[in-house]
Write a protein that binds this ligand. Structure first.
Ligand code: 13P
Length: 260
C-alpha cells in the first residue's frame, strides 16, 4: 500500500520567532509546488515560533504544515511551563512530536507519560509523531528490535485501533542523533519493518499498512533518498539539516522522488 512520505523538520531549541519566518519563506520558495503531491512537508519549531509560522504559512496559503515538539498530558490547569494540545490545535498545528529521546533522557519521560501525551494529542485532533529508539548499548547487545517494539507497545497502550491509525511513528536510534552516524538503510528498514509487524499483530492489517513510520538520526540530503526508498520507511524526522531551508528543500525533493 502506498503511503505518502512525510518529511518533518524538528528544529529543537533553535531559531527565534523572527528567524522562523525567514526559514519558512525560504523553504517555500526553494521547493517547487509540484513536489507537494509526492511528499508532506512539516516543520516543528519551538513553541515561541508557532504563531509566526502560522501567520507566514497562512498568508501565502503555503502547503507546509507545522507542529509542536512536546505537549502536556493535561488539557489545562495549574501546570506551570506546560503547553496543552488544545493550545497547539488552536494555533493551527497538525503535528506534535511526542517522546523524543531528548525528552526521555533530559526530562525523564517514561513510556507511561509518553502514552498519556499521545492520548492528549489525539483527543485534541493533533497527529502525534511518536519517537522511539534504542541507545548504543542496547544496539550493541542486539536487543534493539525488542526494545523498540516494547516502547511502541508502551506508548500506544489502551488506544483504540482507530486512534492508532492516526499516529505517526519515528524510529530514531539515539546513537544516530546529531552524531553524523546514520543508521544503514538495512538498520532502518529492519526496525521500521519490525514496528509495522508489531502493529499488524496488535491492531491488524489496515492499521499496520496505514501508519507512517519515519526514520530519524543524521538524515541529510545525501542519504534521504536511500532511507526513504526502503519499503517500511515512510519519511524522515530531520534535526540539524532542517535548519538550512535550501538543504531541507532538497532533502524533501529527493524524498518525493526527484532532484530539485
Ligand atoms: O533528533 C532528531 C530529529 O528528531 C535527529 O536529529 P539530527 O537529524 O540532527 O541527527
Amino acid at each position: 500500500m502506498a503511503r505518502k512520505p512525510l518529511i518533518a523538520g524538528n528544529w529543537k531549541m533553535n531559531l527565534n520567532h523572527l528567524e522562523a519566518i525567514g526559514v519558512v519563506q525560504k523553504l517555500y520558495f526553494a521547493l517547487p509546488t509540484k513536489y507537494y503531491d509526492h511528499v508532506d512537508v512539516a516543520v516543528c519549531p519551538p513553541f515561541t515560533d508557532l504563531r509566526s509560522v502560522q501567520t507566514v504559512t497562512d498568508a501565502d496559503s503555503m502547503p507546509i504544515s507545522y507542529g509542536g515538539q512536546d505537549l502536556s498530558p493535561e488539557d489545562s490547569g495549574a501546570f506551570t511551563g506546560d503547553v496543552s494540545g488544545a493550545m497547539l490545535a488552536k494555533l493551527g498545528c497538525t503535528w506534535v512530536v511526542v517522546g523524543h529521546s531528548e525528552r526521555r533522557t533530559i526530562h525523564g519521560e517514561d513510556d507511561a507519560l509518553v502514552n498519556r501525551k499521545v492520548g492528549a494529542a489525539l483527543r485534541n485532533r493533533l497527529t502525534p509523531i511518536l519517537c522511539l529508539g534504542e541507545g548504543e548499548d542496547v544496539r550493541e547487545s542486539g536487543g534493539h528490535v525488542g526494545h523498540c517494539t516494547g516502547q511502541l507497545d508502551g506508548a500506544l497502550a489502551g488506544l483504540s485501533s482507530e486512534d492508532v491509525a492516526r499516529v505517526v511513528v519515528a524510529y530514531e536510534p539515539i546513537w544516530a542523533i546529531g552524531t553524523g552516524k546514520t543508521a544503514t538503510t538495512e538498520d532502518a528498514q529492519e526496525v521500521c519493518h519490525a514496528l509495522r509487524e508489531r502493529l499488524r499483530e496488535t491492531h491488524g492489517d489496515a492499521v499496520a499498512d496505514a501508519v507512517r513510520i519515519l526514520y530519524g538520526g543524521s538524515v541529510k540530503s545525501n542519504n534521504a533518498k536511500d532511507l526513504v526508498g526502503q519499503p517500511d520507511v515512510d519519511g524522515a524526522l530531520v534535526g540539524g539539516a532542517s535548519l538550512d531551508p535550501e538543504g531541507f528543500a532538497e532533502l524533501c525533493a529527493l524524498a518525493a522522488g526527484g532532484p530539485l
